[in-house]
Design a protein around this ligand. Sequence first.
Ligand code: AGP
Length: 611
Amino acid sequence: MCGIMGYVGPRPASPIILQGLERLEYRGYDSAGVAVADGGVIEIRKSAGKLDRLRQKLDESEPAGHIGIGHTRWATHGPPTDENAHPHTDPTEKFAIVHNGIIENYFELREELRASGREFASDTDTEVLVHLIADEYDGDLAEAIRAAVKRATGAYALVAVTAHEPDTMVAVRMIRPLVIGFGQGETFLASGIPALLDHTRDVLVMEDGELATISAAGIILEKLDGTPVERDHLDIDWDVEQAEKGGYAHFMLKEIFEQPRVVADSLLGRLDGSAVTLEDVKWDSDFEQSLEKIWITACGTAFHAGLAGKEMLEGLLRIPTEAVYAHELRYRDPIVEPNSLTLAISQSGETADTLAAARLLHERGSRLVAITNVVGSALTHYSDDVVYTRAGLEISVASTKAYTAMLVAQYLVALRLGQSRGVLDTARASEVAAALEALPSQVESLLTREAGIDEMSRYLATQLSDENDIYFIGRGLDYAVATEGSLKLKEISYLHSEAMPAGELKHGTLALITQGTPVIVVNTQAHVYDKTISALQEVKARGASVIAVAYDDDSEIEHYTDHVLRIPRTMDLLSPVLSIVPLQLLAYHVADARGLEIDQPRNLAKSVTVE
Ligand code: AGP
């Protein structure tokens, strides 16, 4: 998520903007910049890297104006470079804009503008917007922005200034957050409340589809169609740390609840009906037709996403697919067939084992695709293609939203390959695409339903928090989810847990099941549902306490379990995106019940960049 800060008032703008951007640093970024309007010109200072590089540029020559905008960029389109840093200006440098989010149709808009002779200084989708605004400007910045955003589609927040109106900035919220702070004779705008708290606690939260014309005296708030909007202000009583967590107790919980937006972002601009666009994938249809093997390699949570990917890709495409831990693969002597594809999955794109395994397969001729959350990460430098997960910065060491985004990335790859290889007919492809499009709202409903999984998992956590050995079981895709649920629990609650295929219990582990042993089962896959019920009966007969994750409309499961965490029904193929959520919450609440640190668990790092 990028950071946005704006100011208009009697004081010099750039120190206030820089301070606001510093308050937003926790969101993660790879470049930063400031634009200040003063005396008919707009001064820009921007650079790749951290705020200290921007501060250095401002120290060398600080713009003097009293109105300005600033930005910390988390790259989604184009690598982190000085040119790609925000703010972006039009060729006359009379307009400047900063933007957070994704303009879905930026490519065709840019091609249209190029055809009319426009040149672009960056690779970003943002720059397209400022060209449109400049084209539409006819003496009223708000009207120009209103006209420009009508042509853009996507999820974004933007704010712009123009040298023609050096006392006004105009902001638009379209899904990405924007908040306005009110001071004495000065007004602030930011993408997050932490940036405002040094100046004011009198805040207004903009809503989707709104445009705010902001001056030192206050704001005019309207719908994009011009309808005036009245909205109460909020008096924020959070401290800065609480504000950085959006009011949640931990970043992990905040990131669990960000998943509806993350799943939506992972799909944004990539699905048109069942047609799949992967903007950083360069392979051609000949490659797709010739594909004979898929390798998946990763570590930890990313590997668990890859386990689900293996089941799904092999099931859909009928191509042999092998998921191998990267720390195992890198020391093997793998037989790499020609015409093979490697999906190297890594949130950070910096995990040493994953980089080594990915390079080994690549050196032996496999086409390397990075599925990663960090633009410009090491893994992307070695890869032929990239599918960015667009989860935004994930602060908690325990990975949650990145996991669901990794799943979505693999579904998109499968949907694309399945259609190009003719194994997914139009009807089936449309069914998968429709089910994917429904996921964001299903995750949202799952997280917000009354007396839903948050309350239930909080209750169950109190029962688990003193247990020593907890077992997660499932079959097929449900087993892949069980492995991730087990890791979530153990890495933040420090309780031992173990995941295994449900069918494996009777081959040994059943000996450990005694009265009250907690067993958590994921049971959504229709073709093995009854078999998993048999495994449940095995453990229940030996006294286990069973918690199931099952569909809302499954009326059979409660006969075999003590508790059920229910999820909305979707295609069994896609159920991992939903079934993991209760297990994430369960792990969180167990660790919380045990009074543990949660965001920074002992002994663990967010990215294991050494062997
Ligand atoms: C998962 O919650 C852990 N943070 C850890 O297992 C992590 O998934 C693993 O280290 C891989 O990290 P990566 O995705 O950045 O490569």
